[in-house]
Design a protein around this ligand. Sequence first.
Ligand SMILES: [Zn+2]
Length: 403
Amino acid sequence: MNAFVYDRTSPDQPLSAAHDMTPPAIPLLPTVNAFKREDIMSTSSPTNAIPGPGASSSPSSEDVETIRKNRVLSSKLYFDIPITNAPVIYSSSYDIAFFGLEKLHPFDSSKWGRICQFLIKDGILQQSQIVEPLEASNDDLLVVHTESYLSSLTSSSNVSKIIEVPPIALLPHWLVRQKVLYPFRKQVGGTILAAKLAKERGWAINVGGGFHHCCADKGGGFCVYADISLCITFAFMRLDISRVMIIDLDAHQGNGHEMDFGKDRRVYTLDMYNPDIYPFDFKARAYIDQSVKVKSGTSTNVYLKKLDKALEVAGICFKPELIVYNAGTDILDGDPLGELKVSPDGVASRDEKVFRFAKEKNIPLVMLTSGGYMKSSAKVIADSLTNLLNKELIDLATPPLGT
Ligand SMILES: [Zn+2]
């Protein structure tokens, strides 16, 4: 994901509320930046408690955790999915297009639908196999987000700044809710569901999501909701998972989930990003377990060699029970925001390396499409999925009835 007009995250911003999410009794695993985490914890200012319905009466941290758990357990976002469906999640309501406003942003806001169209046209996937997620409700979003942040989204002006489309500020909120926030909430529902599906099938892709610049109390860079943080928090509470690796290979630094899980030893973050572009979030950078900088102009070969090494290190440092792979395609050569020079075949090789890494270790993998701003991105993603299929790293076939 990106930003280029507004909302540069200040290195001085306070720690997000979700830093208080970590329950006390968790296994402490060695991580590359364990020292840095301790260092940050000892010097940072106190954080706010996650607010729940009783936030105004200052609930104890135990109350807050109970409220959060109840929200997760009562959520409708996890539902049973027939084996005849593929682990591919998408809804036509993901795509954002109205009044031509989408043309004001360099983001191809119909990318998600076009990925599916390519897969269907090529005979890789049938429409009926696609899983339609539910919309994340307010209660679902409050599992990670603060009430004050969600309230701030009732201002069209605030939403316009986060998604970097200034004319949105002039529209009534009901229209912004319907045309902008609703599609994002559906994508969030998809990312959360993807973890359940990945655990059942070994892998799952949400053909959307990956809003890695948004944390509990702050959006930015086209990211309104913290779907990655939500997905992982749901997985902790409902999937009997206690260790998650985020592999963030979008061109931009994933400062949202880094702020949310910076002190949480259950989450290991490998982030390969261009340090010369947004968000320049130095505070969040200190939370990355393995930070791999790929400067503007990095070629395909150099990129893939760095990835090989990074995956090797990650595999030694951390043994996850779930991988969340943020597979932004803004690393593509020609992307006006990513500024890297990775070829379409390089993107396919990148995805193949990550899927192979997960499959060899038998770790469920969630893939999110995240950033990628050119019209060519959708085809590159569809081709990459086809490559994964050809390499037998994924399977999209519907099993015969009775199996
Ligand atoms: Zn990006």
